[in-house]
Write a protein that binds this ligand. Structure first.
Ligand code: ATP
Ligand code: MG
Length: 439
């Protein structure tokens, strides 16, 4: 028998599926070695898999000598397969353990390891991210990504029910959607292209044929951020719908946020417990506060922001403290929002854009979009952009583009709120930032 190969061995249960009802049954478990203990005539180790762990107990009197010997040589985090019998053991967690009949070491882990996946010895985030595979074996990290799976699943289900079709738009693009400064160039044969900052222009065009679309995909931002809430590659939940305005998509966003929070609260109670998070479901309707009112509020606590400027991070934080929870900022100055946002008809210095905030953190930006070419060209020029560079986009507006609205929601920012973690790197498997391109 080849020591390192599975052969016909297949897992019969994850460790969390082992119950007292399986008493005396033979099971096959696959996973990673945790603690190994040797009490002379009695050896133990814990076997960890994605769903939990179980104690493997080997009394010399009950197991084969070769199995008994192998336990001695087990190194933490090696991958193993165990064939054994479930027994009732009052002293063990969940009242059961497994007596091994056969043990395969599938791949031996080195010692010492760069970090302790049990978390008993704390490592800093950089060390953890450098050895992310080991780090992700920790129950806390597994809880984050199981929760993320539930979140994307719920978003897909929610938007599908609301008549949205999931789409995929190109990530290699020829022009910027927002501003040229924040783009990563790529060599595209004999031309220069860029990684997409946002599916904005494509999703807008798709409302002209597919009516309501959404995409959950990567966006690339080349700003040299070095903050706990920015990455250079992040996942965005983008939606766009035809024949509606910002008020309609704000309601959709609000409903979606509340449903996601409720779903997490009911399906991820274990994960929330692991993270020590007591999740409060935001109440609808979320407060709507205009940009002007925001400036007044900040002014009243001594923070003066000149009209027409974006709200700087410290002011966002203060605003978050004053407002608490989820709220919308509306009626933004036209000059600080992108060219494709529809100005207000009665007050064109303001536009039909909104941001969704949660405390001091921006979760989403959206608005009613311009659907007439003439105005779009005017706004491009006012922004100092060349309409010629947007010709392949602009021509769509000659084919009867409908009025439309949408938003982009940062999935990783949403995960920060749901988990209560304050560094976005914690909620991304393999984060990309100014200094990190590996692993
Ligand atoms: P911020 O002002 O926080 O830098 P933004 O206004 O530049 O964000 P948008 O272009 O409005 O970002 O993108 C829509 C959403 O995508 C944001 O509200 C945010 O949740 C998320 N997002 C944007 N850029 C990043 C980034 N670099 N890292 C993580 N999330 C981001
Ligand atoms: Mg924004």
């Amino acid at each position: 028998m080849d020591l390192f190969s599975l052969e016909d061995w297949r897992r019969t249960h994850f460790t969390n599926q082992l119950t007292q009802e399986l008493k005396d049954e033979r099971v096959i478990l696959m996973g990673f070695v945790g603690n190994v203990r040797d009490l002379g005539g009695l050896k133990f180790f814990t076997l960890h898999d994605r769903e939990g762990f179980v104690q493997i107990t080997a009394p010399r009197s009950k197991v084969c000598e070769h199995v008994f010997q192998k336990i001695d040589k087990l190194t933490p985090q090696s991958s193993v397969a165990v064939k054994g019998k479930v027994v009732i053991a009052k002293q063990a967690p969940r009242g059961i353990e497994v007596i091994p009949e056969e043990l395969k070491v599938l791949n031996e882990a080195i010692t010492p390891l760069p970090l302790d996946p049990t978390g008993r010895i704390k490592s800093n985030l950089d060390t953890r991210l450098d050895a992310r595979l080991l780090d992700l074996r920790h129950p806390r990290q597994k809880a984050i990504f199981k929760m993320k799976h539930e979140v994307t699943k719920k978003i897909r289900e929610f938007l599908t029910k609301r008549g949205f079709i999931e789409v995929q738009t190109p990530k290699i693009v020829a022009t910027a959607t927002e501003s040229g400064a924040a783009l990563f160039p790529v060599t595209y044969f004999e031309k220069e292209a860029f990684l997409s900052q946002s599916p904005q222009l494509y999703k807008e065009v798709l409302t002209g044929c597919l009516d309501r679309v959404f995409e959950i995909g990567p966006i690339f931002r080349a700003e040299e951020h070095d903050t706990p809430r920015h990455l250079n590659e992040t996942t965005s939940v983008d939606i766009e719908a035809a024949f509606v305005t910002q008020d309609d998509v704000m309601k959709i966003l609000e409903d979606m946020i509340v449903e996601v929070f409720s779903h997490v609260k009911t399906t991820c109670s274990h994960e929330l417990g692991v993270l020590g998070r007591d999740l409060e479901i935001p109440q609808k309707p979320f407060t709507r506060i205009s940009y002007d009112e925001v400036l007044k509020k900040l002014d009243s606590v001594g923070m003066k922001i000149p009209w027409g400027e974006d709200i700087p991070t410290p002011a966002e934080r203060t605003l978050g403290e004053l407002m608490g929870g989820a709220f919308f900022i509306t009626d933004w100055p036209t000059t600080i929002k992108p060219f494709y946002i529809e100005p207000k008809e009665d007050a064109p210095h303001l536009c039909q854009a909104f941001d969704l905030m949660y405390g001091g953190l921006e979760l989403a930006s959206g608005g009613t979009r311009i659907h007439r070419e003439e105005l779009l060209v005017k706004r491009l020029k006012e922004k100092g952009l060349k309409p010629e560079s947007f010709e392949s986009h602009l021509k769509n507006f000659r084919y009867g583009m409908p009025p439309h609205a949408g938003f982009g929601l940062g999935l990783d920012r949403l995960m920060m709120v749901l988990t209560g973690l304050n560094n976005i790197r914690e909620v991304v498997l393999f984060p990309r930032d100014r200094r990190r391109l590996f692993p």
